[in-house]
Ligand binder design. Sequence first.
Ligand SMILES: Cc1cc2nc3c(=O)[nH]c(=O)nc-3n(C[C@H](O)[C@H](O)[C@H](O)COP(=O)(O)OP(=O)(O)OC[C@H]3O[C@@H](n4cnc5c(N)ncnc54)[C@H](O)[C@@H]3O)c2cc1C
Length: 208
Amino acid sequence: MEITLMHHTPLDVCAHAIRTCWQSFDKSDEGGEKDKALIDRVGNKYKHASTLEHLVYTFYIKGVSRALLQELSRHRIASPSVKSTRYTLKELKNTDPFNEDDYTGANKFIVLTGNNYVDTASIKALNNLQEILKMGIANDVAKFCLPESYKTELTWTINARSLQNFIELRSNKAALWEIQTLAHKLFKSLPSEHQYLFQEKIHNNKHN
Ligand SMILES: Cc1cc2nc3c(=O)[nH]c(=O)nc-3n(C[C@H](O)[C@H](O)[C@H](O)COP(=O)(O)OP(=O)(O)OC[C@H]3O[C@@H](n4cnc5c(N)ncnc54)[C@H](O)[C@@H]3O)c2cc1C
C-alpha cells in the first residue's frame, strides 16, 4: 500500500481555536512549543477533545483491499471518496488472464496475503471475473464476483480526534493485519510536528 498525505491543517489553527475560548491570542508562538503544549493539555489531558477537530488531514490511500475498505468505512467520522469498480473494471478486462502462480502480475489487482492457497484462489477469482467481463457482462453486475482482495484506492479526510480513535483501534493487534499496517503508515506519513498527538495511541506490534 502507498500513503500520501495530501493536505493538513497547521497546528497554529488548532491553537488559535483553543485560544479563542480565553482570548489569549497574544500568548501564541504560532504553532511552536507553547502552542503544541497547549493543544496537548486542552485537547488530550483536559479532554476538551472537540478542539482537535480543527486539525484535518487528507490522505491518498492506494493499493488496499476491499476487505480493508469495508472496515475503514465503519469509521463514520471521516470522509472517503473511493475508486469506483463500476467505472474502472475495464483495466482488468483489457488484461490477459494470469497464471495461477503469477503473483507478481496479479499483484497489480489484488492484495496478496503471503499464503499460497489464498493467493491462488484470489487469482482464480480474478480470472473468473475477467472472463465474465470479456463476455460483455456489465460492470454493475460483474462486480458482484469481485474477490475481497481486489485492490482499491481512496482519498480519505479525517480530523485529529477521529484519527486518534482510528489509530488506537486499528494499530492494535486485535485488528485485521492489513488495517494495522495502514494505521502505522498513516501515523508515519503525518508531519513530524503532529505525531506527538498520536504517539500514545499507536500500538507497536509486528505490522509496524
Ligand atoms: C478489533 C476490531 C474488531 C471489530 N469487529 C467487528 C465486527 O465483528 N463486526 C462489526 O460490525 N464491527 C466490528 N468492528 C468495528 C467497530 O465496531 C467500529 O464500527 C469501528 O471500529 C469504528 O469505530 P468508531 O465507531 O469508534 O469510529 P467512528 O464511527 O469514526 O466514530 C468515532 C466516535 O464518534 C462517536 N460516535 C460515532 N457515531 C456515534 C453514534 N451513532 N452514537 C454515539 N457516538 C457515536 C463514538 O465516540 C465513536 O468512537 C471491529 C473493530 C475493531 C477495532
